[in-house]
Design a protein around this ligand. Structure first.
Ligand SMILES: *Cc1c(COP(=O)(O)O)cnc(C)c1O
Length: 403
């Protein structure tokens, strides 16, 4: 049985007529730049996320870049980011000749650990970029409190988390000063190419980002500030408008799939003990966990990625791929180990949790249209691998947990 990591075709086919019509409507109008679908998408995203303003942009990466530019981040300024995320989170900081300052991860969610933030703050620190990794909110109360205390801006990287609610029910992207989202095709709300959006509740920031999206131009050919070409494509906006009303049902399906994985892993006796974060349990799989246990909390994990942790990750990855089961490592190299950031002279030992995650985490297929049989097959295949591996002693090359 083939189980791809992601298959976008069934989602397109389920909405083919509506999407094709929307594309045709834009083509017929020949209104490709700033067409009516752009403003309508922005209104619909505002209503969906409960934010006041949004500005459609070229990509999630440019959303982050625009947010930093809107805060006038300058060469030498420091911006705090998690060391474990997709490259864009740190890359945008370095592109402005500002300094990305890395913080280690929380051992359960892999999100930025707020406990690591304050010791990284200096007189040059201007902003924090928490990432809602894999589709679960970062610890925003703690992060906002630190930001307030030190007068820092908070830019939420919600590229993997559109529609995620924090424990108090607010949608991510509306908690910090600016929220950034990506509509890259593999994200939970994906376009037919690159696109993204920034969100804010601050009218001045909104006006500035809207101007900056068009080279800081207002009126035409008069440039008050320097921006760029950050415009979202009208065709993308039209496609996304068809998809947005279905996002909640897709997120629900991802959550159902995650629950099925849990059920099958438990039935197979493979689920590791909750709360353990390293390998003192042989041949177990640590399952992803939605945090916040307070009763009545609304924390919502939408599983842009479903991440398990296993001891012999690389061998399992190879084994699953041979069986035509798609899987991937998000991410094999934390920022502090990236070649392009060698000039920052970071200390590898400051990031034990991210280093561990890079070694033992594995993303399994979780997209909404997966069948129960496919999920069962993935778990059965992992069980088969574990049975074989039982013969060998445990090893943990990346930390001291075996000693
Ligand atoms: C995908 C992603 C981005 C970048 O979005 P693009 O639209 O691909 O530019 C930024 N941050 C995170 C965490 C992402 O997953």
């Amino acid at each position: 049985m083939k189980v791809p990591l992601l298959d976008l075709k069934p989602q397109y086919l389920s909405l083919k007529k509506e999407i094709d019509d929307a594309i045709q409507r834009v083509v017929d109008s020949q209104y490709f730049i700033n067409g009516p679908d752009v403003a309508k998408l922005e209104e619909e995203i505002n209503a969906y996320l409960g934010v006041k303003y949004s500005v459609g942009v070229t990509s999630g990466t440019d959303a982050l870049l625009l947010a930093l530019m809107a805060f006038d981040i300058k060469p030498g300024d420091e911006v705090i980011v998690p060391t474990y995320s997709f490259f864009a989170t740190a890359g945008v900081v370095a592109r402005l000749n500002a300094v990305p300052v890395f913080v280690d991860s929380d051992p359960v969610t892999f999100n930025m650990n707020p406990a690591g933030i304050e010791k990284k703050i200096t007189s040059k620190t201007k902003a924090i970029i928490p990432v809602h990794l894999y589709g679960q909110s970062a610890d925003m109360d703690a992060i906002m409190e630190i930001a307030k205390k030190h007068n820092l801006k908070v830019i939420e990287d919600g590229a993997q988390a559109i529609g995620v609610q924090y424990k108090d029910g607010r949608f991510v992207g509306g908690i910090g000063d600016i929220g950034c989202f990506s509509f890259f095709p593999s994200k939970n709300l994906g376009g037919f190419g690159d696109a993204g959006i920034v969100t804010t509740n601050d009218e001045k920031l909104y006006a500035k980002m809207k101007m900056m999206r068009m080279h800081g131009m207002e009126p035409k050919y008069y440039h008050k500030i320097i921006g760029g070409n950050f415009r979202i494509d009208t065709l993308q906006a039209a496609v996304l408008r068809v998809k947005l009303p279905h996002l909640d049902s897709w997120s629900a399906k991802r959550r159902e799939n995650a629950a099925l994985y849990t059920k099958y892993f438990l039935e197979a006796g493979l689920a590791g003990t909750e709360g353990k974060t390293c390998f003192d349990e042989k041949n177990k799989v640590l399952l992803p966990k939605a945090v916040y246990k307070e009763t009545g909390h609304k924390n919502f994990h939408i599983y842009n990625q479903y991440i398990i942790r296993v001891e012999k990750r690389n061998s399992l990855l190879e084994f699953l791929r041979k069986k035509e089961i798609g899987c991937e490592v998000y991410y094999p190299v934390p920022f502090h180990r990236q070649e392009c950031f060698a000039y920052l002279n970071t200390n590898d030992e400051d990031y034990p949790v991210a280093n561990c995650a890079a070694n033992d985490s594995l993303a399994l297929p979780i997209y909404p249209e997966l069948s129960n049989e496919q999920i069962k097959y993935v778990v059965d295949s992992i069980a088969e691998f574990m049975k074989e591996e039982m013969k060998y002693p445990m090893e943990c090359k990346h930390c001291d947990c075996m000693k």
